[in-house]
Design a protein around this ligand. Structure first.
Ligand code: NAG
Ligand code: NAG
Ligand code: NAG
Ligand code: NAG
Ligand code: NAG
Ligand code: NAG
Ligand code: ZN
Length: 936
């Protein structure tokens, strides 16, 4: 699964949910408050008993695409589940949520034995707090015997983006309805009664009844599509090929009038599905183009053929996540799957390629072999995130996309993992029980730290050893479930077979990175060769109260190089060690963590920092480009942690007048963004603007020249990214001609709305810049274009640019739209609020809005919603004053009884960050002001 919206745009998790049954929420909270002492009845426990295992489900579903007489959209269904009893028991418990079950012979289910007779049902009931259907029997289910449980049910086909749900869009002026599904992580139970835990794998036989003229898709291939009459209604019945043995959360079902483009990879049928107009407009072609090489790559990488007979990928108008890896039927937000060369930027293209690679990576890692429980979800998501770069690189070899993991994952997660309120990758199984606890695990730590740590592992094992261990792991556990230690076992076997030399067993090395939170900063004193490590905390005054079995020490692979030398790996096993090979002399500098393959920061003695800075100014290209980005990021973060003076960090930015590579610039701008957040509203802000303007002017001139006065697109992929940065920073710092350029382009578009000649790569920047310098007329035009945008990619750019206006009346109007689903789709509401908060003029407005509407949003969006974390961290990012801290504390107190759901951790982090910011500004403002005064 991936979340929406890449980090390099605005870092926003998600979206919004609606209308989760209120009684469920209340039930859940009441239960939590009264759940002490621990529950004794099996139906009061969050985990299913281990007495029964399902093996086959026979499910028929009929979603209605038109409302019934009461105006409600519904689906009906019937399901039979065959299961085996592992021990004698007189109790059947399975999951069931928000379904109306039909009573048959006075009970909610019917039980039969596969051979012999089944015990009689004594009593059945829905146990709402635990989302269970409970069946008590008069006799026992005998050990080793197979039984079948039959249910009939009706559910609401609502627009809540959970389970089987409804999505709507307009085409040719007509409203169209799609029935689609999102079972992950715990919503299969909202579609039919089932044993809804990832280790309860079974084979699913799915049949769908649907309106004539629509297409039904599911995990398996369509076997038979026949027209029939059911209950007097003419419908089509589609029967699907039975699935492989798989987890409930990977089921999928879509009914639509979509069309498709298709191709073939060996015997695998590949199809891309979308709205008819999108397919006829060629918007599915790029996805189809990358799917074949990506599938081929993974078949090779895992040495296992694609396990299914077909691969469908479908674009949905309303979708909670960025994409979901349902086995054989992957679902995406439209913006992530569809690509149109006329309106999509190269960043959109990269997003499509990497998200497809992420989801297809799961077809093996995650789907074929599945983690036993959600506490280790990091391994599933971290792995898919890591190899998505490899898959995308295979499809687009000229992009250098593998390097970008350092900006998009490593840097992104360093920022949160350096807080005392961080958490380890792996949680204890019994700490992850409730659905919202499961939801909370899908965070930057799981995805980005997971990816970073696995990349480090692959680097120190070497890729062939990593792949060998992976291959035997996948083969051994195909169609079953694992724990992370199973993967370490297989990698260790590969290490032994190949005679690879490591300082410890794979388990012992990895446990340090997986079971304790955070990461080390390695200090290298090049005068003595002393190397040491310490837990890196962004705020040196923060208190770590989470204990660690390893005392916050890591086993660290240090890949390092000297000027002109080749690189070597030395291991740091202790807190302090002397590595005499790391002693340098004269002008010789030493650089560690080459290409940032390691998940740690590096600090040096002052003399080495000076030598590196001198090298950057004289000939920066001697230092690898990834490390140029890293030196900036390390220096700024070490300065924030008071390990180096702020002027060392600022000094890493002076050479940028000569830098023409994207990664160092992007890293610098991200770090300066922090200073901007801290100093907006002070005199330092103006000084920073002057300095940055001076730094970016040569870059702006460079692009003006190589693009022949902005008429041609630069050749390289990251060069195109850098052009966007050049334009954005030049316009926002007032470089001559920039604002005029963007306003002119925008007004040309306003004059001829049918003819937008703005380069797709530059659109997000140009729109924002033009809306910021424009007034109500520009804003209204942007809004009109947003509502009429023919493709989600274009709509998203307009949507975020509307948050760029400096007019507070317009910003307030825009905020109010987020509570109106007809104006802003539920999936986009939090993203809009966070965009507004990242505009200096909108910060206070967005915070006030969230404070005022918290209770409403929390109830409306649901306890399990993932979006609260991004909302809280987004609106509090710029907090630097005591008054803001007081408001935050008050917010926490006032809403304690309502709760913060998946935003609970984010709120703690916001408090920690705000306290640190207040101290930091007080301590650093003068030094930073002085530095900028000297350099402008
Ligand atoms: C997929 O599209 C092809 C044309 O490209 C069409 O022939 C086929 O019927 C479509 N498949 C389904 C199941 O609609
Ligand atoms: C897809 O591949 C074909 C054949 O290589 C190419 O002509 C076409 O331009 C590609 N489409 C996109 C959108 O990349
Ligand atoms: C570092 O990364 C660059 C760019 O991807 C690559 O060309 C180079 O070989 C890498 N260096 C090492 C030592 O891996
Ligand atoms: C930063 O660079 C300036 C020269 O540009 C130098 O005088 C100063 O000592 C440097 N500061 C640090 C802390 O390295
Ligand atoms: C851009 O500058 C030109 C003169 O250089 C001026 O005529 C024009 O009005 C400006 N356009 C905008 C939108 O400010
Ligand atoms: C902001 O927009 C409102 C509504 O369009 C308008 O009435 C007001 O004059 C604008 N304010 C400024 C400062 O431009
Ligand atoms: Zn994923």
């Amino acid at each position: 699964m991936v979340f929406c919206c890449g980090y390099r745009k605005v870092w926003v998790w998600l979206t919004v949910m609606a209308l989760v049954c209120v009684s469920t929420i209340v039930g859940l909270w009441v239960y939590q408050l009264t759940s002490f002492p621990p529950p004794t009845e099996p139906w009061d426990r969050h985990r299913l008993p281990d007495t029964l295992v399902p093996d086959h489900y026979y499910v028929t579903l009929w979603p209605r695409l038109e409302p019934d007489a009461t105006g409600t959209y519904v689906f009906t269904g019937k399901s039979s589940v065959r299961f085996r009893s592992l021990r004698d028991t007189s109790l059947i418990i399975l999951h069931c949520k928000q379904l109306k079950l039909t009573t048959m012979d006075k009970h909610l289910a019917r039980l039969t034995a596969i051979s012999g007779t089944a015990p009689e049902i004594r009593k059945t009931w829905l146990h709402v707090p635990m989302q269970y259907l409970v069946i008590q029997l008069n006799g026992v289910l005998k050990t080793g015997q197979d039984y079948k449980l039959y249910t009939e049910f009706e559910g609401e086909l609502s627009d809540d983006l959970e389970g089987l749900y409804r999505s709507e869009y307009y085409e040719d002026g007509l409203q169209k309805v799609v029935a689609t599904s999102q079972m992950h992580p715990t919503h299969a139970r909202k579609t039919f009664p089932c044993f809804d835990e990832p280790a309860m794998k079974a084979v699913f036989h799915i049949t769908v009844l649907h309106k004539r003229g629509t297409v039904a898709l599911s995990n398996g291939k369509e076997l038979a599509v026949v027209d029939t009459i059911v209950g007097g209604q003419a419908v089509t019945q589609t029967t699907f090929e039975q699935t492989k043995k798989m987890s409930t959360y990977l089921l999928a079902l879509v009914v639509s009038d979509y069309s498709n483009v298709t191709s073939q990879n060996g015997s695998t049928l590949i199809r891309i599905w979308a709205r008819k107009s999108a397919i006829s407009g060629g918007q599915g072609d790029y996805a189809l183009n990358v799917t074949v090489p990506v599938l081929k790559f993974f078949e090779d990488y895992y040495s296992i053929p694609y396990p299914l007979t077909k691969s469908d990928q479908i674009a949905l108008p309303d979708f909670y996540f960025g994409a979901m890896e349902n086995w054989g039927l992957v679902t995406y937000r439209e913006a992530n799957l569809l690509y149109d060369p006329v309106v999509s930027s190269n960043r959109n293209k990269e997003t499509t390629a990497t998200i497809i690679a992420h989801e297809l990576a799961h077809m093996w890692f995650g789907n074929l072999v599945t983690l036993k429980w959600w506490n280790e979800v990091w391994l599933n998501e971290g792995f898919a995130s890591y190899v998505s770069y490899l898959g995308a690189d295979n499809a687009e070899p000229t992009w250098n996309v593998k390097d970008l993991i350092v900006l998009d994952d490593v840097h992104r997660v360093f920022a949160v993992d350096a807080l005392a309120s961080s958490h380890p990758l792996s949680s204890k199984e019994d700490e992850i029980q409730r659905p919202e606890q499961i939801s909370e695990l899908f965070d930057a730590i799981s995805y980005s730290k997971g990816a970073s740590v696995l990349r480090m592992l692959s680097d120190f094992l070497t890729e062939p050893v990593f792949i060998q261990g992976l291959k035997t792991y996948l083969n051994d556990f195909a169609y079953s479930n694992t724990e992370s230690s199973d993967l370490w076992d297989h990698l260790q076997q590969a290490v032994e077979k190949t005679g690879t030399s490591l300082p410890a067993r794979v388990h012992d090395i990895m446990n340090r990175w997986v079971l304790q939170m955070g990461f080390p900063v390695v200090f290298i004193d090049t005068a003595t060769g002393t190397v040491s490590q310490q837990h890196f905390l962004l705020d040196p005054d923060s208190v770590v109260d989470r204990p660690s079995d390893f005392n916050y020490q890591w086993i660290v692979p240090i890949r390092w190089m000297e000027f002109g030398g080749t690189n070597t790996v030395s291991w740091l096993l202790e807190k302090h060690a002397v590595h005499s090979e790391m002693k340098t002399s004269g002008q010789q500098w030493l650089l560690a963590n080459v290409n940032v393959t390691g998940y740690y920061r590096v600090n040096y003695d002052t003399a080495n920092w000076d030598k590196i800075l001198t090298q950057l100014r004289s000939d920066h290209k001697v230092i690898p480009v990834i490390n140029r980005a890293q030196l900036v990021d390390d220096a700024f973060n070490l300065a924030r942690a008071k390990m180096v003076p702020m002027s060392v960090a600022l000094n890493t930015t002076t050479y940028l007048t000569h830098e023409r590579e994207y990664m160092p610039w992007e890293s610098t701008l991200n770090n300066l963004d922090y200073l901007y957040l801290m100093f907006d509203g002070t005199d330092v802000y103006g000084l920073m603007q002057l300095y940055l303007k001076k730094q970016v002017e040569p870059l702006y001139a460079y692009f003006k020249e190589i693009t022949l006065d902005w008429s041609k697109v630069p050749d390289g992929h990251t060069e195109q990214y850098l052009q966007v940065n050049a334009l954005r920073v030049a316009c926002s710092t007032g470089v001559d001609g920039c604002q005029n350029l963007t306003s002119t382009w925008f007004s040309q578009w306003m004059a001829q709305p049918q003819n937008n000649i703005i380069d797709p790569n530059l659109r997000a920047t140009v729109y924002c810049s033009a809306v910021a310098s424009g007034g109500e007329e520009e804003w209204n035009f942007g809004w009109q274009m947003f509502k009429n945008a023919p493709i989600a990619i274009e709509a998203n750019k307009l949507m975020s640019s509307l948050a760029c206006t400096k007019n507070t009346t317009l910003l307030n109007r825009y905020l109010s739209y987020t509570l109106n689903a007809n104006k802003i789709r539920k999936q986009d509401a939090t993203s809009v609020i966070v965009s507004i908060a990242s505009n200096v003029e909108g910060q206070t407005l967005a915070w006030d809005f969230v404070r005022t509407n918290w209770e409403y949003m929390f109830t409306e969006f649901g306890v399990g919603s993932f979006s609260f974390a991004s909302l809280i961290s987004g609106v509090t990012a710029s907090f630097t004053t005591q008054a803001e801290l007081d408001q935050l504390v008050e917010f926490k107190e006032q809403n304690a009884d309502i709760g913060f759901g998946s935003g609970t951790t984010a709120l703690e982090q916001a408090l920690e960050r705000t306290r640190a910011n207040i101290r930091w500004v007080a301590e650093n403002q003068d030094e930073i002001r002085d530095w900028f005064v000297q350099h402008t």
